[in-house]
Design a protein around this ligand. Structure first.
Ligand SMILES: [Zn+2]
Length: 300
């Protein structure tokens, strides 16, 4: 398998919180994930440190349109890249106002610029929809898109020469800590997510590339661990939901619960704080509360 360069975007000065991946082809560079616009200058210098320029990036493949994965895609499109995205995600990148406004409600309008930078529309002609199972040839390499909902309805895992770029569907694992599920609102769907993990087991890649963060080779073990964490988090939040607890009240107790899990595995405080940057607890509480609410209403 050819080289995959793992780029660390140093999000909020934290290493291994958000990554992107660079693959060389005879048709130019392929960038998988872009990180947010707030780390664009870091992306730029990482690309230059490898001896390339941004304009050498001809193709950008996105796992999904959340800001930590796709927030800088418009900048790459401006520099001439073609952006490959799930059909459901494409209209949101073409007119990002709704995406931006709904994120502002989650993160607070005053925090948006600092966290994510800016977002501008991407012309539809600079984007290509990627269907489930569709392969794309870029010079001497090819990538296949697998629709993998659960974390987000518009999520793609990209298969490439026995490796799989998993975005968020294969969870977060940082510095040898545990595999955990990022569960932000509004799309969390545990059953769909489990089906996506089944699909990944069937594809049977030899390497996973996690945006948060890096390469995993013990794949079955990783996925087992992730499924266990999904069940444990979901059931913990279900008990809170059944008791009528608010997100605000549940969050500090959820943080105690996950801290105890991390401590029992010997994960250091420093690494625990990286997990919090990559996957904030309050977001997972909000996402899982919403999941249980929609289920109780018969809407999932
Ligand atoms: Zn993410």
């Amino acid at each position: 398998m050819r080289d995959v360069e793992v780029l660390d975007l140093n999000f909020r000065n934290a290493s291994q919180a958000i990554g992107a991946f660079l693959v060389k082809s005879s048709a130019g560079l392929i960038l998988v994930e872009t990180g947010p616009e707030s780390t664009f200058s870091v992306l730029n210098s990482q690309v230059e440190a490898l001896g390339y320029q941004l304009s050498d990036i001809r193709y950008v493949l996105l796992s999904h349109i959340h800001f930590d994965h796709a927030g800088a895609a418009w900048k790459l499109a401006q520099a001439g890249a073609q952006v490959y995205v799930h059909p459901v995600g494409l209209p949101h990148l073409a007119s990002p106002d709704r995406l931006w406004n709904s994120a502002s409600q989650i993160y607070g309008a005053e925090n948006m610029g600092k966290l994510w930078g800016r977002m501008e529309p991407i012309p539809e002609s600079a984007m290509t929809e990627a269907s489930h199972g569709e392969s794309f040839v870029f010079g001497d390499v090819s990538f296949t898109a697998w629709h993998t909902p659960g974390h987000a309805s518009h999520h793609i895992a990209w298969e490439f020469e026995g490796g799989l770029f998993t975005g968020d569907v294969a969870g977060v694992k940082i510095c040898g800590g545990p595999a955990v599920p990022p569960c932000p609102p509004p799309d969390i769907h545990m059953e769909a997510w489990k089906d996506s993990l089944q699909l990944i087991r069937k594809i049977a890649p030899s390497r996973l590339y996690l945006t948060h963060f890096g390469m995993i080779e013990m794949i079955e073990q990783h996925l087992d661990e992730l499924e266990e964490a999904m069940d444990s988090w979901a059931m913990w939040i279900k008990a809170e939901f059944d008791n009528g607890t608010t997100v605000e009240d549940a969050t500090p107790r959820f943080m105690e619960f996950t801290r105890a899990q991390m401590n029992s595995l010997g994960v250091s405080e420093a690494v625990q704080s990286l997990y919090e940057y990559a996957n904030p607890s309050w977001m997972s509480v909000a996402g899982l509360m919403r999941y249980w609410k929609l289920k109780a209403q018969g809407r999932l």
